[in-house]
Design a protein around this ligand. Structure first.
Ligand SMILES: [Zn+2]
Ligand SMILES: [Zn+2]
Ligand SMILES: [Zn+2]
Length: 770
């Protein structure tokens, strides 16, 4: 190209897709256009960011390079299209008014933790935002929780009632300011404000609300704090009695509480923090991270996470939390503001009504939360970060699909529910909704589905649902489909698990899916959960599974693992097996034993299950760890913790098991496994050793079965999914052994392996359903 043509002006129209609004994108464009002396404009539309630039070819090239390589830290560009158009005679570069386009949509940024610059301001006594709890800028602060509609502009957020003061407006209008077009921009003069009240909502007068709150917390009071996406309970995590009081009032007996600590230094006093964990804690998403407790003298109360070797810990995600934590200067419990299993409260009046029996005091404020948003939970296994619960900081970030999807609503499962909507190349998996067993959660679910349909302009043509007829999400799906005359596609629970793992890993060829789970409704009406499925997006073939055992009393056997243990023993072992010597089972009264035995023999209310999760429960009870669970999966978690305590080589042995062929389907037989575990208990082998041997055996079962199926199918890719793989020890053992055997192993990282990730698989399976 000659110099002449390089200097000739060209004009280009550019469309940028992805997370490009509410992340400081227009100011960025403004700055680089100025830097390269280009004229034109930038505009938010409901579908993308539109740009026109005009200048020499060289400068336009430099602009395009900067656009691709220097975009703001929280933006995610997913596509850029360009078109050369006729030059015109405009001068200067402007940000022009946003434009709503019928039917257009775009991904929306999740909420982002306070950035270092804003943190420095709120800690600087000479700054006008000193100790102001609603400080933010284009690089941080609320997004999703305040958005009512797109394009993302202040009038369409819950910041609408707050009129910016002159100084804030000047920042907002100044292209070189960090708060240029920061929609939630605010300061003590013009922005939202805190209020401190007692448990009845009566205001308490004081100069410094968060300082006073910290004093009251340290005196042993329980607080309900209005955070970004809803209320949280806060109390002193080093005070055993206060924690016990919170457990009693919240009706949450044993499940570990999450903690918030002021900084990384404090966290390292109580936990061992690996590099990958540090990165997560300090990330813009700032999730709760499950960290191994230090054995030494941490003063964290023992009833925070009894029997658990891990603590769930996060750093302050907002200025409000930063300021409160500075005044408290010690670890706080920071747990969802709800009664066990109900959704997190989000409105002042709702919180005062629902939480007044739990909280002694309330920290309220006058900015509305538009969508409930729990804290996200992550863990690190095999050196990689894995989602356990996906909400604040992550949802509703879009997953990019390897195909163009129809508009689908997938309704999810019963526990840890999330739903998923798809269109074009995007899947939007909702934030964690929760357990669907109460009316409040169902309302939250319906509201959030409405919000996602609206924000992403989705009008579903297909509804996907789980086969379990009693799931509330299934009932909702079938009613929705019937009312709107839509195609409804039932997707088997474990097939959905495996497909979501395949999609997350961008794998489109068939895999052997290992679904180790609690229970999911099987194609034969039994409860599955220890499954090996030859799976692609469209369907599956069940190649292998654990043998069926009865669950005496159905759901009651989930709450009482000792019942599950009897299910295995009475079905698989000889009648004369002596259980009298076993620690938990030996204490059950003869009358109850006889009733359960009769129930099993007569097959009364004894659904059959092949669940791996139930096998963990049973073993936990047999070896005396947990006979009755006070929260979901407690028996299995306690079993994992026991195994993790074993550093004796004797644990590396495995128990015998058999793989039988039953009309072409492999059945994993457990008689010897159970028999040898009981033998070990009777021989007084230490509990951690038995627990470890059991984990080693489960990994062996996975490896042996996969080898057998790989010979049959010639498939060497294994997808691991299902709630049981939240067990770090099992996951690490299984991945290592499979990789050593030459398999490619797919695991979940972005989505939870539990039922919180299942909706994506439902949507994709429904898309390919013929
Ligand atoms: Zn900031
Ligand atoms: Zn202001
Ligand atoms: Zn499941």
């Amino acid at each position: 190209m000659s110099n002449l043509s390089k200097n000739k002006s060209i004009r280009m129209h550019i469309k940028v897709n992805g997370i490009v609004q509410g992340v400081g994108f227009r100011p960025f464009i403004y700055r680089i256009a100025h830097k390269y002396g280009l004229s034109g404009w930038v505009q938010n539309t409901s579908g993308n960011v539109a740009i026109e630039i005009q200048g020499s070819q060289t400068n336009v090239d430099s602009f395009m390079n900067a656009l691709k390589n220097e975009s703001p830290p929280v933006s995610r560009i997913q596509g850029i299209s360009t078109e050369i158009i006729p030059v015109n005679n405009d001068t200067g570069f402007r940000i022009i008014e946003s434009k709503a386009e019928e039917g257009a949509y775009q991904p929306i940024s999740a909420d982002i933790a306070t950035c270092n610059q804003c943190l420095a301001e709120i800690l600087d006594p000479s700054d006008r935002r000193y100790l102001y709890p609603f400080t933010n800028c284009t690089n941080c602060g609320p997004r999703f929780t305040i958005i009512k509609d797109i394009p993302y502009d202040r009038p369409l957020t819950t910041m609408q009632p707050f009129k910016m003061c002159d100084r804030c407006q000047a920042e907002y209008d100044d292209p070189l300011n960090r708060r240029f077009h920061a929609q939630p921009n605010a300061c003590p003069v013009c922005g939202p404000h805190l209020q401190l009240t007692d448990s009845k909502g009566i205001a308490i007068d004081c100069d410094n609300i968060l300082k006073r709150a910290a004093e009251l917390i340290l005196e042993g009071n329980i607080f309900a704090v209005k955070g970004l996406g809803g209320f949280q309970f806060a109390c002193d995590a080093t005070n055993y009695d206060t924690v016990a009081k919170l457990r009693l009032r919240k009706r949450r007996p044993g499940k570990p509480f999450a903690l918030m600590m002021p900084d990384l230094e404090e966290i390292e006093k109580h936990c061992l923090v690996k590099d990958a964990e540090k990165k997560l804690l300090l990330s813009a998403e700032a999730p709760i991270v499950l960290l191994k407790k230090r054995d030494d003298n941490s003063e964290i109360a023992l009833n925070i996470a009894e029997n658990n070797l891990y603590l769930g810990v996060m750093l302050p995600p907002t200025p409000l939390h930063h300021i409160l934590m500075r005044y408290v200067a010690k670890p706080l419990v920071m747990t969802s503001g709800n009664l066990s299993e109900e959704p997190i409260c989000k409105d002042n009046n709702e919180a005062l009504a629902r939480l007044n029996g739990i909280a002694d005091y309330f920290i309220l404020h006058n900015r509305d939360i538009y969508s409930r948003y729990d804290d996200s939970v992550y863990l690190v296994a095999n050196k990689q970060a894995h989602a356990v619960r996906r909400a604040r900081g992550y949802a509703p970030s879009a997953l990019v699909l390897p195909f163009e999807a129809k508009q689908i609503l997938a309704c999810g499962a019963e526990e840890k529910n999330t739903f998923c909507v798809t269109r074009d190349k995007y899947a939007f998996l909702s934030q964690h909704i929760g357990d669907m067993d109460n009316a409040e959660t169902l309302d939250h679910y319906e509201d959030t589905i409405g919000l996602y349909k609206h924000l992403f302009r989705i009008n579903p043509e297909i509804i996907a649902y789980d086969l379990h007829p009693e799931y509330r999400a299934t009932k909702y799906a079938l009613e929705y489909a019937a009312k709107n005359n839509l195609k409804a596609v039932g997707v088997q629970h474990h097939h959905a698990h495996i497909v979501s793992c395949m999609v997350e890993n961008n794998v489109q060829t068939p895999v052997i899916g290992v679904a180790f789970d609690g229970t999911g409704y099987g194609a034969d009406d039994n409860l599955w959960g220890g499954e090996f499925l030859l799976s692609d997006y469209e369907g599956f073939e069940r190649l292998a599974h654990f043998e069926y055992v009865p669950m005496p009393g159905g759901a009651a056997a989930i709450r009482k693992p000792y019942r599950m243990a009897l299910g295995y023993i009475y079905t698989l072992l000889e009648a004369q097996t002596d259980i009298g010597s076993l620690p938990i089972l030996g204490q059950i009264a003869d009358t109850e034993l006889n009733t359960l035995k009769r129930q099993i023999d007569l097959k009364l209310n004894c659904p059959l299950t092949s669940s791996a999760g139930r096998l963990f429960d049973a073993v936990s009870a047999i070896i005396g760890i947990c006979g009755e669970a006070c929260y979901e999966a407690q028996a299995a978690i306690d079993l994992e913790m026991a195994a993790t305590k074993n550093d004796n080589d004797a644990g590396k042995e495995t128990y015998p098991f058999e793989i039988d062929d039953n009309n072409g389907v492999s059945v994993i037989r457990l008689q010897n496994l159970i028999k040898y575990i009981i033998r070990d208990v009777n021989n007084n082998i230490a509990v951690p050793i038995i627990a470890d041997r059991f984990h080693q055996t489960m990994a062996r079962i996975i490896a042996e079965t996969c080898k057998l199926l790989a010979e049959k199918t010639k498939i060497k890719t294994i997808a691991l999914s299902g709630g049981v793989f939240q067990n770090r020890l099992l996951s690490e053992l299984a991945v290592n052994i499979l990789e050593k055997d030459g398999f490619t192993v797919l695991t979940h990282r972005i989505l939870p392996c539990n039922d919180g990730g299942i909706a994506l698989g439902q949507a994709v399976a429904a898309h390919f359903n013929k």
